[in-house]
Design a protein. Structure first.
Length: 620
């Protein structure tokens, strides 16, 4: 078979043989920036490839998707089926972790064209003997000799399932004890593992666990002067005991950490570590590699600033220093160190303040040796920067979910995330709160507001997270108008009563069990919003990529008042007539309602009920 060539022809006085290639192949998807970056999938997912493939005239067109593991010599072929309007589609499956390549090839289907002519003549009662003879004489394989292959080879990277689906719980291990005057140890933190696992979480994320600097240590509520016994911020990394590969002495030893990781795994929890590439003034790097930091004109090292905020206890690295190559290698080795201690998930602090090129290099190098490693980008920054970091290699990204609280905002934002090209490379991780972010909605809405935001996070996104204390509805800000917590755990040790009767732990456990049981909730792309006649009620459904297992969520966005109204079911999308009867089983309450037709009534009255999560059964 002659290899089809891409068709790129500009004006020339000569009649190039390529001019005989009549097929046009364009608008191939999935595509991230015209092939500059790979699209993202996980193992076991199908990559649905679409393309416009057409030719002049009325000949029959055929097309295939060519795909292979990156580095392989031979292409596999997946025949493409027409979708209408010259759009074609095929799929191939990512069976293993790693990178795949794909492109599209189209050609005039001579045999199909002749068969079409035979069928038309036969239907009209005309003699088709000539066409039948043409078909008999047609040489096998001649069809594709003048085919056209798309001018780019596109890529998709397949990661393990946890990159796409999971529930995260963030915990400061030093707060896992019973004495607020001292740090808990990893052994004490391990006693909370059964509690966290009982809520159905998959990932246990720990803020930095390294020695904390004493110079310019921040006190409670971010005061500039620390009192004796104040533990300081874990993000002020480095002290006499060591830096990014050492353990804060109050937590224990490296052996204790290893034992904690093993104990977490026994509870089906993966430990994720924070990667914060910055240093306290006491970090060994400051003495050993002073040129890795930015300096003022007077020669002193510059601390971090984000006016009006000042971080006197933190020195940023200078990624453009004359010794930048040694710095970059050293920071990559930090990640490799913790991989060697069983960590395969990293949440990266403020990656947007480090060069994009560093992340592309470091993540690429790590993945070449450890393809199962997952990186979460904590980049609350401008949209284009956030998106570029996702393209550069981060498996997941923090999002603007925290600040999308009204129905219109939610629908607009999640339509962008799930139904535009952004979805091919950016996977949102919907943290409902963080140690830095206590949104006004949570501050004022009470326990019902926490239940609402949890339900949205856990059902809008395949991956979500909460910071410990969320289940207890901790909602006191340090001052009016601030998103910082009063008595922030970033600066002091917090002891909590997780057995409180008003905890949301039971609700969280039920929803996480539902997420595991229903594949529709394990993907982002199947999200669709549906009409309601009340702006305080939001309705949406999710389905698997194959179109099965629908789950319908209906949420009251008002934490203060009962809201009721009608929601419009997507019966046509479900292949049902407009007068269909549905048995609506609420997965949260285990109740079943009989709904008829498109529009049906709902009533949601906080705090008793803030949402329905419906698995529909279709009747006659």
């Amino acid at each position: 078979m002659a290899k089809a060539r891409a068709l790129h022809i500009s004006y020339t006085p000569e009649l190039d043989p390529l001019l005989q290639r009549r097929i046009v192949v364009e608008d191939v998807t999935p595509d991230a920036d015209e092939g500059r970056f790979p699209a993202k999938r996980t193992v076991g997912e199908d990559v649905f490839v679409e393309a416009d493939v057409f030719a002049d005239g009325h000949d029959v067109v055929a097309a295939v998707t060519l795909w292979r593991r990156a580095g392989a010599r031979e292409w596999n072929e997946a025949p493409m089926a027409p979708l209408g309007n010259d759009r074609w589609r095929a799929a191939f499956r990512c069976a293993e972790i790693g990178e795949y390549e794909f492109t599209v090839e189209g050609w005039i289907d001579r045999a199909g064209t002749i068969r079409q002519a035979i069928a038309k003549k036969t239907a009209a009662g005309q003699d088709a003997a000539t066409e039948i003879e043409e078909l008999r004489l047609l040489a096998p394989g001649a069809d594709r000799a003048k085919g056209t292959r798309y001018g780019r080879v596109l890529r998709v990277v397949a990661e393990r399932e946890r990159a796409r689906f999971g529930a995260w719980y963030e915990m400061f291990p030093r707060s896992a004890g019973t004495d607020p005057a001292r740090s808990a140890t990893f052994d004490e933190a391990a006693t909370l593992l059964p509690y966290i696992a009982s809520m159905g979480f998959d990932v246990l994320y720990l803020p930095p666990i390294h020695p904390i600097g004493k110079s310019f240590r921040k006190g409670r509520n971010n005061t500039l002067e620390a009192e004796p016994g104040d533990p300081g911020s874990p993000w002020a990394i480095g002290a006499a005991e060591g830096g990014h590969t050492a353990i804060e002495p109050g937590l224990g030893t490296l052996d204790d950490f290893d034992r904690f990781v093993e104990a977490a795994a026994a509870h089906r929890l993966e430990v994720a570590l924070d990667i914060a590439f910055q240093a306290s003034p006491d970090h060994p790097y400051v003495k050993e590699h002073a040129d890795w930091f930015r300096h003022r004109p007077d020669g002193t090292i510059k601390y971090a600033e984000n006016p009006p905020k000042k971080y006197q206890d933190i020195y940023p690295f200078d990624f453009e220093s004359h010794d930048w190559q040694a710095l970059w290698r050293e920071l990559k080795s930090v990640i490799e160190f913790w991989i060697a201690h069983g960590v395969r998930i990293f949440r990266v602090d403020n990656p947007h303040t480090k060069p994009f090129a560093f992340w592309r290099w470091a993540i690429g190098a790590i993945r070449s040796a450890h393809p199962d490693v997952i990186f979460l980008s904590e980049a609350f920054t401008r949209p284009k920067i956030l998106r570029y970091l996702a393209k550069a290699g981060f498996s997941q990204s923090y999002s603007y979910f925290t600040w999308r609280n009204r129905k219109e905002e939610i629908e607009e934002y999640f339509t962008e995330l799930t139904q535009t090209p952004v979805r091919e490379y950016l996977r949102p991780n919907l943290f409902a709160n963080t140690p830095d972010i206590l949104h006004e909605y949570l501050q004022t809405g009470g326990r019902a507001a926490f239940a609402i935001r949890f339900m949205l996070a856990a059902t809008l996104g395949a991956t979500y997270g909460i910071y410990s204390g969320f289940e207890l509805a901790e909602n006191t800000p340090v001052k009016p108008g601030s998103e910082e917590y009063l008595d922030s755990e970033k600066y002091q040790i917090r002891v909590r009563d997780y057995a409180r009767g008003d905890s949301l732990a039971e609700t969280i456990a039920r929803v996480n069990a539902i997420r595991r049981a229903h594949p529709a909730l394990q993907f982002d792309h199947g999200l669709r919003f549906h009409e309601t006649d009340n702006e305080q009620i939001i309705c949406y459904s999710k389905r698997t990529p194959e179109g099965g297992d629908p789950v319908l969520a209906i949420v009251n966005l008002d934490p203060f008042h009962m809201q009721h109204g009608h929601v419009r079911l997507p019966l046509a999308e479900w292949g049902l007539p407009p007068d269909a009867t549905i048995e609506a089983h609420d997965l949260l309450s285990d109740e079943t309602y009989t709904w008829r037709g498109e529009w049906n009534y709902v009533r949601l009255d906080p705090p008793a009920r803030v949402a329905h999560l419906i698995a529909p059964a279709f009747g006659s």
